[in-house]
Design a protein around this ligand. Structure first.
Ligand code: ATP
Ligand code: MG
Length: 753
């Protein structure tokens, strides 16, 4: 035991060691990034078992992702052996709640074998309800309802309660009877919420948010369930506490015995977190949970960790300087004894492709010259759509990569759907593509109908598409026939405008995206995932414009062939030195890499255009989107251990429209002496310095580089980000039309203008 104690404290600083051993009911370990919070939490679990003789079953440890849970269990296996580590309850909030609801199903008001609805099921159900209620699904998207319902659930507002305040006369379960068509939006939302819960119950199903809310209900109302966990659990530990929402917070208080049924003594609760890393406000995360910990839990002890063990001082100074710009935070400074290390390397590329090329060339260079393996390198970006150009360059350079928490661009469902439309329009005999989009977006053509048509086609040896022109002979009922006929009409109308002679691929894609309903389904949504799906589809248009600029005789056929090739060359053999990792900043939370590329450091990319357009004077910190973006920047910078690259593009395209991008404000916030700019210009110089291109390192392949930028739209206001004006006067100068005029001196602009 003594030896074990020594082992568990080995290499910890005094504050860390204190946190591992602290004896008391409530402990908050608050500290900046890379200060060893997760390490301390892991050691504390081992400590509780080995020094205080706790059973593994008396401990509940909550992590933010399943990956983090697996990593923690792995480390604990090393510390206490696999026998004990296996029996530990290490999980996310969702999986913990599923386990509880499976054990106390009846007490929770569920029937055994209840189903968990995913997002798709959820939307299907909401759409059904909208139809029954005669709600215009164009005006009120199912996604709008689902995100509203999610907000309510995350803040623990049950359907009954919501109905009482917003639609007191409505009774769920009596479809349609109370809908007049004159309801105001909040009232309608409440009604749909009520009906939705009613039908979930009828289907013996729960959605993801229900998992937590129902567990909270259960622990509030079932003495048996509450007793079971109160007797059993002596220690509750939580990582990334800053990102808990209201429902998760209540869950913790209930299961630990701070609320609900009386207990002799609540479980000891230890949480770790960093208020500067709270980046999930859009999912209801409430930063005040961590800020108020000392008030919420009596006799709470706070231990601050100060020393950082991850990064060099230069990286930490940059992180400190950026996060210091957020208001109302407790000042804290990260420091390390490791020395200042390399300077941060900055690179401003002319355009997004130039940025991707710099990143790729630099990765190749440091591998050869500095022996840095691919697996030490991570490329981070604000949204998934940004990965496409990186991937292209990495593929071209033969560098193996891996995308965490995302699919490769051409494998993404929304992109595959779009390509399937194009394939089917060009070649309707392509059954696979046609059937993929038959009910995409959903248009009421079920699997059974599809099968009937497929059988008919097979029996008469015709293609699926041909079978669709014999609808009356297939023996389908009226509704499917109607939907199929609409589908055929839609495809036929698009064929005319998409596959005609001389139609540019980008035009074809645009028409297809608009008419097929592929983009419409995501537009109204507040969901960040949908937002990135939308951006990905926009990227597809951009790819097509690039293709057109490179090709003498651009055709849709040729374009599709090219995309197929890129997708194919994705299948790279695994290099013996691993792969470069690509991920969004949100997925990067808690992780670390020796070398990090922070890309797309531009106003409108990062911080995102949405955040720039938002209400950033809001007094409530959690609604201030710019501050949340800044926390995200802080998370990104602090992922780097040895070397940090920050890159930006002077021009970036989205929806086929090139935009001039001013440098991110976060770049300005990093002290200049910390950055070694390999290449830099200001937004205005960007334009002026064009004449000097021959002298910089892009002079050689000027042409190919320009091709990516030459797809200029002439209408800069028409860009999908919309809120251009939200950039404020600070940048307006560099957007003057003069800047676009200057481009035309390269001659080729006319052909695109
Ligand atoms: P984040 O806020 O990003 O989640 P964190 O505070 O959880 O970071 P850890 O991931 O636990 O930090 O630790 C950061 C790095 O520092 C890890 O590589 C960890 O192994 C190392 N580390 C932590 N404490 C020490 C220590 N006392 N001595 C040496 N290395 C340490
Ligand atoms: Mg951590």
């Amino acid at each position: 035991k003594q030896a074990q104690a020594q082992r568990l404290l080995a290499g910890l600083n005094p504050q860390q060691a204190q946190a591992v051993q602290y004896q008391g009911p409530a402990l908050l370990i608050a500290a900046g990034a890379g200060s060893g919070k997760t390490r301390v939490l892991t050691r504390r679990i081992a400590w509780v078992m080995s020094q205080w003789n706790a059973w593994p079953s008396q401990i509940l440890a909550i992590t933010f992702t399943n990956k983090a849970a697996a990593e923690m269990r792995e480390r604990l296996t090393k510390l206490v052996g696999s026998q004990r580590a296996e029996r530990l309850w290490v999980s996310t909030f969702h999986s913990a709640c599923v386990r509880i609801l499976r054990r106390f199903t009846h007490e929770a008001g569920l029937k055994s074998n209840f189903t968990i609805y995913d997002q798709q099921d959820q939307l299907r159900l909401l759409k059904l309800i909208e139809t029954d209620f005669n709600i215009d699904v164009k005006k009120y998207k199912p996604r709008q309802f689902s995100s509203k319902i999610s907000d309510w659930k995350n803040s623990l507002q049950g359907a009954q309660e919501v109905l009482q305040t917003l639609a007191p006369s409505f009774t769920p379960g009596v479809a349609g009877t109370h809908i007049t068509g004159h309801e105001k939006q909040p009232e309608l939302e409440a009604m749909v919420y009520g009906e939705y819960q009613c039908r979930l119950a009828a289907a013996n199903a729960v959605d993801f948010d229900d998992l937590i809310m129902k567990t909270v209900d259960l622990l509030n109302t079932s003495q048996e369930a509450a007793d079971f966990y109160h007797k059993r659990l002596h220690y509750v530990l939580v990582d990334e506490y800053q990102d808990t929402n209201r429902a998760q917070y209540e869950f913790l208080r209930l299961i630990a015995g701070y609320e609900g049924f009386a207990v002799k003594r609540p479980a000891w609760i230890s949480v770790v977190g960093d208020s500067d890393q709270s980046i999930y406000a859009f999912r209801g995360a409430d930063i005040s949970n961590i800020l108020d910990f000392e008030n919420d839990f009596p006799h709470a002890k706070t231990i601050l960790l100060e020393q950082n063990y991850r990064s060099t001082q230069n990286i930490l100074d940059a992180a400190n300087a950026v996060i210091a710009k957020n208001e109302g935070r407790k000042p804290k400074k990260l420091w390390t004894s490791e020395g200042s290390g390399d300077k941060i390397i900055g690179y401003a590329a002319d355009d997004a492709r130039g940025e991707a090329r710099f990143v790729t060339e630099e990765i190749a260079r440091i591998r050869t010259e500095e022996n840095i393996p691919y697996s030490d390198v991570a490329i981070m970006y604000r949204t998934n759509a940004q990965s496409r150009l990186m991937e292209e360059q990495l593929v071209a350079a033969g560098i193996p990569y891996l995308i965490v928490g995302g699919t490769r661009f051409y494998e993404r469902a929304e992109i595959k759907n779009a390509l399937a439309y194009l394939h089917a329009l060009l070649n309707p005999a392509d059954d696979i593509s046609l059937r993929r989009i038959l009910n995409e977006p959903r248009r009421g053509i079920g699997a059974k109908t599809e099968l009937d048509v497929a059988n008919f086609a097979q029996a008469h040896s015709m293609s699926f598409w041909e079978a669709l022109s014999h609808l009356d002979e297939i023996g389908l009922s009226a509704a499917p026939v109607k939907h199929l006929r609409q589908f055929v009409d839609l495809m036929q109308s698009m064929m005319d405008s998409v596959t005609g002679d001389g139609v540019l691929p980008s035009t074809a894609i645009h028409v297809m995206l608009e008419n097929s309903g592929l983009v419409a389904q995501y537009r109204a949504s507040q969901d960040v995932e949908d937002q990135s799906r939308l951006e990905n589809l926009g990227q597809l248009e951009t790819v097509a414009k690039e293709y057109e600029a490179n090709e003498v005789n651009p055709t849709l056929d040729g374009f599709l062939e090219q995309t197929a090739l890129v997708a194919d060359s994705d299948q790279l053999p695994d290099g013996d030195s691993g792969r470069v990792t690509l991920m969004t900043l949100h997925t990067a939370k808690g992780l670390e890499y020796p070398v990090v590329f922070l890309t797309g450091m531009e106003e409108g990319t990062f911080p995102s255009a949405r955040a720039l357009a938002g209400d950033n004077d809001a007094p409530d910190a959690s609604t201030n989107q710019l501050e949340e973006e800044r926390r995200l920047a802080y998370v990104g910078i602090t992922r780097a251990r040895k070397r940090l690259y920050i890159t930006r593009a002077g021009i970036r395209s989205q929806w086929g429209q090139a935009q001039e991008m001013p440098p991110s404000r976060f770049l300005d916030e990093i002290p200049a002496q910390l950055i070694d700019w390999r290449r830099e210009f200001t937004a205005t110089e960007n334009v002026r310095s064009n004449g000097g291109w021959g002298s910089d390192n892009f002079g050689d392949d000027f042409d190919s580089d320009f091709s990516a930028t030459s797809a200029f739209g002439t209408d800069e206001e028409g860009f999908s980000y919309g809120g251009r004006s939200s950039f404020g006067s600070r940048y307006s100068r560099s957007y003057g039309s003069g800047s676009f005029g200057a481009r035309s001196s390269f001659g080729s602009r006319d052909s695109y203008g």
